[in-house]
Design a protein around this ligand. Structure first.
Ligand code: SF4
Length: 228
């Protein structure tokens, strides 16, 4: 297939893919999208930001990369241009989540090709814990982005949903869990599996206190990633 024959992948779809392949498939191939409270909250954040901060949303596409994306803002500091992304949730202990890194990496690649300049960094503002994380745009991240684009193309040609993620914590804050039904699938595979209640609300009935803090931080990731 020639690069220009590829369907363009939305950067937010890459973000979903980096989170869970099944989520990507449900949203992009089956076109199932659920605008839950987190999605609306994310949209509200962007509206609120628009009131007191100059947001320059910019949509770019590149047929050769196979990408299209709309970034929150582009900023310049010390002569360097970088994408700036707002996230409603908290950071991963002061670092960017992998899916967020893929997202800003993809924006940086689009921007770099559009402006014909080198983009060395992106910044992500996590509003829940008031952290701004710098993401270096290096070869490893660009390779991750390209790998994700290729994987998106592969998944689009499949006729079956990918399996559920083995990481049940990701399902807790996933807006598509009512469609995906991961707990039912886990229970079917293992009758001894103790199901957690995913929606609504996301609090489970059994005691998860031994890993509650980790679950909480994972949930924050999806809170943010579910915004458009
Ligand atoms: S509920 Fe879990 S397995 Fe299903 S799409 Fe969401 S994260 Fe993936």
């Amino acid at each position: 297939m020639q690069p220009t024959d590829r369907p363009l992948t939305r950067v937010m779809a890459l973000h979903a893919l980096a989170y869970c392949e099944r989520l990507f498939y449900l949203e992009e191939v089956e076109e199932i999208r659920v605008a839950d409270a987190n999605v609306y909250a994310g949209r509200r954040l962007h509206v609120e930001l628009a009131d007191d901060e100059e947001l320059q949303t910019l949509e770019l596409e590149d047929a050769e990369l196979g990408l299209v994306g709309k970034m929150d803002a582009i900023r310049r500091r010390d002569g360097e241009i970088y994408p700036y992304e707002h996230k409603r949730g908290r950071s991963n202990n002061g670092e960017a989540w992998f899916s967020d890194r893929v997202q800003v990496g993809a924006y940086a690649m689009l921007l770099e090709r559009s402006l014909e300049t080198v983009i060395r960094q992106a910044r992500i503002r996590y509003h829940r814990d008031h952290k701004t994380v710098i993401v270096n745009i290096d070869g490893a991240l660009c390779n991750d982005v390209r790998r994700m684009i290729d994987r998106a193309d592969e998944l689009r040609s499949r006729i079956e949903r990918p399996p559920i993620t083995p990481n049940e914590n990701l399902c807790i804050a996933c807006s598509l869990s009512p469609v995906c039904l991961p707990e039912e699938i886990r229970k079917e595979a293992n009758p001894d599996y103790e199901s957690i209640r995913l929606s609504p609300p996301q609090a489970g009935k059994k005691d998860h206190s031994h890993h509650r803090s980790w679950r909480s931080s994972i949930s924050q990731q999806r809170y943010d990633s579910s915004r458009m």
